[in-house]
Design a protein around this ligand. Structure first.
Ligand SMILES: NC(=O)c1ccc[n+]([C@@H]2O[C@H](COP(=O)([O-])OP(=O)(O)OC[C@H]3O[C@@H](n4cnc5c(N)ncnc54)[C@H](O)[C@@H]3O)[C@@H](O)[C@H]2O)c1
Length: 270
């Protein structure tokens, strides 16, 4: 390991179980010398898996529903107390669509569910940054990252209302990133990750189909959760200080492909 995050402090949202992208990021951040607080929604913490991660990484866990500003204020204040100062990095790795969970078609959403999913998956990023900003909780040259998916730009019908939530999330990164950059020298980016077999990912209808399709379409194949963790570490490190307001594709090249030989073979006349 490279000590890329030596002495850096942070908060990591969204580690649910060993498959979670946030779980891998926490493990890698620990290996690179960071100290951090782990957080998740109280209901997710009741599953208990996160205790193992906390033990392994020497971290404390603070429950917070990312849609509750009150919870977030408590989280940020306590994290600074525990870690002994301001923060250098924050990971937002949160997503949930109630319409997807309930199997509602994109064209026939329950708008209460739409609103809830939007609040959890997109507006929570604004709330997290607003609390960090007003508490002046970030060190200069700190880094804030949220995870997103390419359905924000292109049509993936089964991704449902999460596509709209991701477009909103990416816009928040740019808009808030402007203020965080000019006033606090903090960078804000989103990483657009390949389909990854996690609880949230596999919950999307037809996940296997677009996982395999993306694998065959991408020159480098799908990026794994561990590879996403490596990339995220680079964005938390001092090696990427002037990267901000970006949506960064971490997808083995998928986003710039039109057609690949492997996909063609399925459609060519023999
Ligand atoms: N898995 C994929 O294919 C994929 C691809 C691109 C982007 N992403 C994004 O990566 C991020 C992490 O997802 P994952 O794939 O690791 O799945 P995951 O299910 O392991 O993580 C999602 C997390 O969101 C948390 N969460 C839900 N509601 C919350 C709330 N109200 N407050 C706080 N936390 C809450 C869950 O408890 C869970 O830990 C999400 O933003 C997801 O959209 C996933």
């Amino acid at each position: 390991m490279y000590n890329l995050l030596k002495g850096k402090k942070g908060i990591i949202f969204g580690a649910l179980d060993e498959n979670s992208i946030a779980w891998k990021i926490a493990e890698r951040a620990h290996e690179e010398g960071a100290t951090f607080v782990l957080t998740n929604a109280p209901v997710a913490l009741r599953m208990g898996a996160i205790n193992k991660l906390a033990e392994k990484t020497g971290s404390e866990i603070i429950p917070a529903d990312a849609t509750s500003v009150e919870d977030l204020e408590n989280l940020v204040t306590k994290s600074m107390e525990i870690l002994g100062g301001k923060l250098d990095f924050v990971l937002h790795s949160i997503g949930m669509s109630v319409n997807v969970r309930k199997g509602n078609h994109y064209t026939a959403q329950n708008y209460n569910f739409t609103h809830k999913g939007w609040d959890i998956s997109a507006v929570s990023f604004h709330k997290v940054m607003s609390v960090l900003y007003h508490k002046d909780a970030m060190n200069e040259w700190g880094s804030i990252v949220a995870l997103t998916y390419m359905a924000a730009q292109r049509v993936f019908p089964d991704y449902n209302d999460m596509a709209d939530n991701k477009a909103y999330l990416e816009s928040i990164a740019r808009s808030f990133g402007y203020f965080f950059g000019t006033e606090k020298k903090v960078r804000v980016n989103t990483i657009s990750q390949s389909p990854t077999p996690t609880t949230a990912g596999s919950g999307v209808k037809g996940f296997d189909g677009f996982f395999n399709y993306a694998e065959k379409m991408s020159p480098l194949g799908n990026a794994t959760a561990l590879e996403c963790a490596d990339y995220t570490i680079s964005l938390f490190s001092d090696l990427t200080k002037k990267v901000t307001l970006q949506n960064l594709f971490h997808d083995g090249g998928f986003s710039n492909m039109g057609i690949s030989q492997a996909i063609m073979e399925n459609f060519s006349k023999k």
